[in-house]
Every structure is written in structure tokens, then in C-alpha cells.
Write a protein that binds this ligand. Structure first.
Ligand SMILES: [Zn+2]
Length: 459
């Protein structure tokens, strides 16, 4: 993470600096996610960073869940403030207070707003990208006239997250509902997408909450329905963050460094000019490399020419390999004679001589192939690391050895879930919402289980 220059540690513990290479990955992710959010009918807005203490306290469960992680502003302009202001850990309190001013009639619904912002949660244990005190995210906040519409919205966005994760990050996920103990503070139901990292631990990569009428009640949001009667709207919220970059690193990387899926790679192709044995790289090779770069760029490929004259080609190969660039293009005097170049894939290290004529199509098809193969490879990994545990002994054994997902029955009781966590550090990651229910017995206590759930140790 440090060597590839994705990020660096900031001066305050738990706060990271996202460097240009890492920020370019985030921008590619953000652009695609933003398109998906808008395509599903949402619009962007921006709400303030500071939330008055009294606003945060209106929803009881919400404030209990978040206050241990809150940072407070108590002095402004050298004067102690009458009321402390929280730096937003999430924006339900702020946004719902505004919705109470804006929503009066059924004609004002649904409200479908998303915000791109930073939030701050005072975490005790932090790790770059995975759990940082400040992080960047998008948070959607919607209001609906009926419970059915709110539930439909919650699941719609869960599905947007699932397809984004698989199509863009090549990161397969399991989806489902969270248990009561793992749900968002103040939510009726929380759903999440969970990815499996290379070390066998799960990563919650996005969440979508049906907030019921809790927030509408707490913040006094009311509307007149079609019968001119007072009613409470149903709300949802959903978010994904820079944590997904952590997921990306740990899903695809290997011992040589990063492997970036082409759709989020800042440079999809890096061109390394090979200097002639005698003579100057600037005479023939470099101009030709620049010409190829221009051609690829006009075909919509993100391409970079490594023209550093202080580094040898061998150094450049290793450097871009570590930074996870999907395709390396080598071109030297002999290649130019033969009107060809060399293409090397980062994921498989396959090397091929490719004619310069028609190079654009060849590069496109290879990038698509890498994107597809990374998802396939990650899916194979998840399948190989998902175990169906028939007994508690087997469960403990798997969690002690290879970890991964364990699919097993669960009674649905919180004390039983807590015991499982205590003994194995594994928690219920999701209760699946589709597929066969398979009723059975709880893997820990033997009580009836309505359906199998996914367990894992988690980041
Ligand atoms: Zn149980």
C-alpha cells in the first residue's frame, strides 16, 4: 500500500492520505457508482459536516450506537460553543432534520437523494482503507410513502452494490440481511454485501438499511396522504466507501503486489520503451511509443508511457507489476522493424507478440479478458473457501485452520451468536434472502434453524 503509493499515513492516528495513484482508483470507482445511483433515479446534494448534539440525540438507538465513535467540536473562533457539534459519523440526523422542513404532502414523495462526502468515526483499531477514522463515501437517504416501497428501495440499492462490486471491482460477494446484533444503529433491517479476502476473512463492502419509521418519528417528518390524513414516511439509507479499495487490494493482490481490474486501474496499459543497444531511445523508439499511446488513448484506453531515462526496463517492469497495471506494452527497435509489440498480462504474466496494425482492438479484448478472468478467479477462491459445517466440532476446526465462509444453520438467538463469536471470533455475516431456505438445526446449540446463514471472521 505504501510502496505502490496508493496511500500514506497522516499525522493523526487512523487518518490516511490518499495519494494520487489511490485517488485515481477512487475516482474511477466513484464515476461508475455515481452513474448507477443516478440511473436508479437518485440525485446528489450536499449537507453540512457539523451536527448539533440535540439533533443527534433525537433517535435513541442511533445516538447510542454512534456516540462512542463521535468527535465533537466544542470551541469555535476561540469561544466555547453553547451546544457541542458532532463531526458527522453519518448523516441521518442532519438529512432527516432537513426532510422534516421539505416534505409535507404525498406529492413530495419519494425523496431520493445521495451525498458524496467524508465522515469521521473515532475508531480504536485502524487500518488503511479498511477502517480509518475519516473516510470518503456516498450515503443515500430516501423517503417513501409505504413500507413496501422502502423495502424495494433498500433491496434495489443492495443489488446495485452487488453488481458494481462484481462488474467493476471483479469482487464476488454474498448478499443478505444482517442479524439484529450486527444491524445499523436505528435500522429496522440492514442488508449487506460481503466479500471474502485472500486471508479467509470477510469484508463488509456495502450496506443498505430499511430504517422503518424510526427516523421519521424522531425527526418529525410527516406528510398528508391522498386521503388528506397525516402519515409518517418510511426511510432508507445506504452507503459504500473507500473501504472497497481495501477489498480490491486483498481480493486480487499477490506476492508481487497489486493486481488492479482494468475498469478501475488508473493506467490500464503502461508502455515501456526498450532502448536500442547503440543509439538514443529518443530517436526512434520513444516517438513510436508516444504514437502508440495516442492511438490507444483515442480508443478510450487509459495509457501511460514510462519515459523515465534514469531507470532500466527491468526496473520498470517490476515497478508497474507491483502497482498492478493490467497490461504492459514493450516496444524496442526489433519490434519496430517487425511492426509489432509485446503485451504482458499482470494477472497471468502471459506474454504475446502482437502486430501494431489493429492494436486497439487487441488491447481492448485483452483488458476485457483480464476483467473477466479476475472475477472468475475470485469466484473460484470463494467457492473453494466456503465450507458447509455439519457439526460444531467441524465449525471450530475450519475457523481455526483455513477460515473462509462457513454455511451452517443458526437458531437466530443473539446469546448463541455471541457464544459463537467468543469461541471462534466468527460472526453471522449475512442471512441469505434468496435461494433455498434449507431448514435444519443451529450448528452451535441444536435449536431449530429456519435457514442456513454465512459465518466468517471479519475485518
Ligand atoms: Zn443457536
Amino acid at each position: 500500500m505504501l510502496k505502490t503509493e496508493l496511500a500514506d499515513y497522516g499525522p493523526v492516528k487512523g487518518m490516511m492520505v490518499i495519494r494520487p495513484y489511490g485517488y485515481a482508483v477512487w475516482e474511477a470507482m466513484q464515476a461508475d457508482m455515481d452513474r448507477r445511483i443516478k440511473e436508479t433515479g437518485h440525485v446528489n446534494a450536499y449537507f453540512p459536516l457539523l451536527i448539533p448534539k440535540s439533533f443527534l440525540e433525537k433517535e435513541k438507538e442511533h445516538v447510542e450506537g454512534f456516540s462512542p465513535e463521535c468527535a465533537w467540536v466544542t470551541i469555535g473562533g476561540g469561544t466555547e460553543l453553547e451546544e457541542p457539534l458532532a463531526i458527522r459519523p453519518t448523516s441521518e440526523a442532519m438529512i432527516c432534520s432537513m426532510y422534516a422542513k421539505w416534505v409535507h404532502s404525498w406529492r413530495d414523495l419519494p425523496v431520493l437523494i445521495n451525498q458524496w462526502a467524508n465522515v469521521l468515526r473515532w475508531e480504536k483499531v485502524t487500518r488503511p482503507f479498511l477502517r480509518t477514522t475519516e473516510f470518503l463515501w456516498q450515503e443515500g437517504h430516501t423517503l417513501h410513502a409505504t413500507e413496501a416501497e422502502a423495502e424495494e428501495e433498500t433491496l434495489k440499492m443492495l443489488n446495485v452494490y452487488r453488481s458494481f462490486s462484481e462488474e467493476i471491482l471483479a469482487m464476488p460477494v454474498v448478499v443478505g440481511r444482517k442479524s439484529e446484533s450486527e444491524k445499523f444503529a436505528g435500522a429496522l433491517r440492514t442488508y449487506s454485501i460481503e466479500a471474502l479476502m485472500g486471508d479467509g476473512k470477510a469484508l463488509q463492502a456495502g450496506t443498505s438499511h430499511n430504517l422503518g419509521q424510526h427516523f421519521a418519528t424522531a425527526y418529525g417528518i410527516e406528510f398528508l396522504d391522498k386521503n388528506e390524513e397525516r402519515a409518517l414516511p418510511w426511510s432508507t439509507s445506504w452507503g459504500t466507501s473507500t473501504r472497497m479499495i481495501g477489498g480490491l487490494i486483498m481480493t486480487h493482490g499477490d506476492d508481487a503486489g497489486l493486481i488492479l481490474p482494468p475498469r478501475v486501474a488508473p493506467h490500464q496499459v503502461v508502455i515501456v520503451p526498450i532502448p536500442p543497444r547503440k543509439g538514443d531511445v529518443n530517436e526512434v523508439v520513444l516517438p513510436r511509443a508516444r504514437e502508440i499511446a495516442a492511438r490507444l488513448r483515442s480508443a478510450g484506453v487509459r495509457v501511460h508511457v514510462d519515459d523515465r531515462d534514469t531507470k532500466q526496463p527491468g526496473f520498470k517492469f517490476a515497478d508497474w507489476e507491483m502497482r498492478g497495471v493490467p497490461l504492459r506494452l514493450e516496444i524496442g527497435p526489433k519490434d519496430i522493424e517487425k511492426e509489432q509489440c509485446v503485451l504482458v498480462r499482470r494477472d497471468t504474466r502471459d506474454k504475446a507478440f502482437v502486430p501494431l496494425a489493429g492494436l486497439e482492438a487487441e488491447v481492448r479484448s485483452r483488458l476485457d479478458g483480464i476483467q473477466r478472468d479476475l472475477l472468475d478467479r475470485a469466484r473460484t477462491f470463494v467457492a473453494a473457501n466456503t465450507t458447509r459445517a455439519g457439526s460444531w466440532d467441524e465449525f471450530k476446526q475450519v475457523m481455526a485452520d483455513k477460515r473462509g465462509f462457513i454455511v451452517a444453520g443458526w437458531c437466530g438467538n443473539a446469546p448463541c451468536e455471541a457464544r459463537i463469536k467468543e469461541e471462534t471470533r466468527a460472526t453471522v455475516r449475512v442471512i441469505p434472502i434468496d435461494g433455498e431456505a434449507r431448514p435444519g438445526a443451529c450448528v452451535r446449540c441444536g435449536e431449530p434453524s429456519a435457514r442456513d446463514v454465512y459465518f466468517a471472521q471479519a475485518y
